[in-house]
Design a protein around this ligand. Structure first.
Ligand SMILES: Nc1ncnc2c1ncn2[C@@H]1O[C@H](COP(=O)(O)OP(=O)(O)OP(=O)(O)O)[C@@H](O)[C@H]1O
Ligand SMILES: [Mg+2]
Length: 498
């Protein structure tokens, strides 16, 4: 056995979050670590890698007791942690990231830049990726950033790679590529702990699983002898009853008109969206869907075309201006775009409202608290005290706070980019219900998602992007996995209705 974690207990400020958890990982296996948001998955891995110390328990890796070791010790025995929120330096170059703190130097201490670049190229070749080692990390797309983290692990000869929700920002194609890399590395005898909320991929890639619920270890076994339904039921402690069916709703007048919009990332986008409508954007990485949302929110200035909100041309392209027109935007990539790490949970939840209501005379903390409690209940946010730092929440619970951030404003048009990123199955269903509820109230919603089942459940229409252009606009009844993929991969000629 490669890894044995036995009876791990951990409390944060007196609150127990791991209560006697066991985890065993064999050589050359992919072990899925499963559980709802806040179940304790990341914390368990943080203990393994020396980020946190456990209060009780034992960790043995490759025959060596490494209980409560340091981060550098865990790295030196061959454990690599690819975090849920990627840990890269955006301003540095690719090779500088890989060799951060482990720079190759000659005797005089001069950096061996060319050698480092060369070595990066070797690993990238092995992984079958095309990344320029001298590019700044900033300029990479989400999947390349992900690959970079894995490359870093391979570089330093990791035997166990921990992948914490590695696919949340990847398209299906990129997931295929990642899984191929995992399969190849597995054959070399490397092991993986794989954390994900997506059942299909768990059943595709994992050999065994361990389920945590509320900090307790519930079950461990072989993936081949269970089903997604059984696993889900064990995770939530009951069967999921809150599924619902899509219903057609009456829609109002056009509230958002996108007229011939172009920028570097997309071209010739025309779209009319009605009051109360739910429109899904989808497309492979680089399709432009995400940038169109950013443009509607005033973050990207279009090179051509205009946006009309409730018949009014929005004019000056700025975020403040869009917010004044009643547009709210939940961006993708939580760590870079949403988290205000030095602020509390409640401050993070209200930051958008405050910047809108700066004219108001004062803020009522009591009112805020009441509304916070309602949000917490509705979205099932697992938090102790609203004054705790937002970074003390689990990844999925942070995402719920950012979702709530925009529900607190009076925005009529809500743009959500990858809204259920890292959210567990039960909470996803809650968010779907909430989105439908908002639409019934007359809010207009555009969300960008790579998960087709999610699009099928919610969207009145689905706009499929390919290479910066609208490839098709599908009505609810025509949205199928097959149709969407055909247009998203340009497998059909561009003959979609516009
Ligand atoms: N630094 C911290 N301070 C206080 N509480 C923390 C801290 N880190 C984690 N917690 C708490 O520990 C619990 C487990 O969190 P953890 O991040 O391990 O969950 P998770 O299973 O990874 O969830 P997710 O699927 O949302 O990522 C949560 O209730 C979280 O609020
Ligand atoms: Mg986590």
């Amino acid at each position: 056995m490669l890894l044995l974690m036995k009876d791990i207990c951990k409390s944060f400020v007196g609150v127990p979050v791991l209560k006697g958890v066991d985890l065993e990982v064999e050589r050359g296996e992919v072990h899925a670590l499963l559980g709802e948001n806040g179940a304790g998955k990341s914390t368990l891995m943080n203990i393994l890698t020396g980020v946190h110390r456990c209060n009780e328990g034992k960790v043995v890796f490759d025959g060596e007791d490494i209980t409560n070791c340091s981060i550098s010790k865990s790295e030196s025995v061959g454990i690599a942690f690819v975090h849920q929120e990627l840990n890269l330096f955006n301003d540095l170059r690719v090779y500088e990231n890989i060799f951060f703190n482990k720079e190759l130097t000659n005797k005089l201490g001069t950096l061996k830049k060319h050698e480092m670049i060369e070595k990066c190229n070797e690993v990238f070749k092995k992984l079958g990726v095309d990344i320029d080692p001298t590019a700044t990390v900033d300029s990479l797309c989400a999947s390349d950033k992900q690959t970079l983290e894995i490359a870093k692990a391979i570089f330093f000869e990791a035997h166990l790679l921990i992948l914490d929700e590695p696919t949340t920002a990847l398209s299906n194609e990129e997931i295929d590529h990642l899984f191929q890399m995992i399969e190849d590395l597995k054959k070399e005898g490397r092991s993986f702990v794989f954390i994900s909320h997506k059942m299909p991929e768990i059943f595709r890639i994992a050999d065994r699983y361990t389920i945590l619920r509320n900090g307790e270890m519930i079950e461990s076994g072989f993936i081949s002898s269970t089903t997604p339904q059984q696993v889900t039921a064990k995770m939530v402690g009951s069967s999921l009853a809150n599924s619902f069916d899509y219903e057609k709703r009456p829609l109002g007048n056009t509230v958002l008109k996108i007229d011939n919009l172009s920028s570097k990332a997309f071209e010739d986008v025309f779209l009319d969206v009605k009051k109360g409508e739910i429109v899904a954007f989808t497309g492979l990485q680089g399709s432009g869907a995400s940038e169109v949302l950013q443009c509607i929110f005033g973050e990207i200035t279009p090179s051509e075309g205009c946006i009309y909100i409730k018949g009014q041309k929005t004019g000056k392209n700025s975020i403040h201006n869009s917010m004044k027109h009643g547009v709210g935007f939940l961006p993708s990539n939580r760590k870079e775009n949403s988290v205000l790490p030095d602020m509390s949970i409640i401050e993070n939840m209200y930051v958008s409202e405050h910047s809108l209501s700066s004219q108001k005379f004062n803020i009522s903390p009591k009112q805020e608290k009441t509304r916070y409690d309602t949000m917490k209940k509705n979205l099932g946010i697992k938090a102790n005290d609203e004054k705790d730092l937002v970074v003390s929440l689990s990844g999925g619970n942070q995402q719920k706070v950012f979702f709530a951030r925009w529900l607190n404003t009076d925005a009529d048009i809500l743009l959500f980019d990858n809204p259920t990123q890292g959210i567990d199955v039960g909470a996803k269903a809650e968010i779907y219900k909430l989105i439908l509820h908002l639409a019934y109230q007359g809010k207009t919603i555009i969300f960008n998602s790579l998960e087709i089942p999610e699009v099928m459940r919610l969207a009145d229409r689905c706009v499929v992007f390919y290479s910066g252009r609208i490839a098709a606009i599908l009505n609810h009844d025509d949205i199928t996995e097959h149709q969407v993929m055909m247009y998203a991969t340009n497998a059909v000629l561009n003959n979609g209705e516009k």
